[in-house]
Design a protein around this ligand. Structure first.
Ligand SMILES: [Zn+2]
Length: 139
């Protein structure tokens, strides 16, 4: 399994993680092609806990995001959130969330780290992230 995203999308996540004083969260929208999850867009959702060390997505916004994805013909290929003061590894609380949402979880930090995880036999296993060049670089 591999998560493929344009570099600019990941940079946007890191920028937001730096800007916000609470954890950011939301969905990665895209398509599944074989073993690859292709991220095409991001959908930020409010963190209703407004906390710097945990998150919970605002339920109504989650529903809106899911409907929006469906309307655009995109799948939810992952969930993202930020860790402000600890490494980009799933916390015990994240692991509980991963059991409810057994898809890829991306965690970013203000330092610019990004890791993707999936739950395998109750353990978080790392998923490779492949970044595609931004449009400008392709120029
Ligand atoms: Zn977390």
């Amino acid at each position: 399994m591999e998560l493929v995203a344009r570099k600019e999308l990941l940079e946007l996540l890191i920028k937001e993680a730096r800007r916000e004083k609470t954890e950011i969260c939301g969905f990665l929208l895209g398509k599944t092609v074989g073993e690859k999850l292709i991220v095409e867009d991001l959908r930020f959702v409010s963190n209703r806990l407004q906390s710097p060390h945990e998150f919970e997505m605002e339920p109504l916004e989650m529903v809106e995001a899911l409907e929006e994805a469906e309307g655009r013909g995109l799948e939810i290929v992952g969930i993202f959130h930020s860790h402000l003061k600890c490494p980009p590894k799933p916390s015990p609380r994240d692991l509980e969330g991963m059991r409810l949402w057994p898809i890829v979880w991306v965690i970013v930090t203000p330092e610019g780290e990004a890791r993707a995880w999936i739950l395998k036999e109750n353990c978080a296993e790392q998923v490779k992230i492949t970044l595609l060049k931004t449009r400008e670089e392709e120029g």
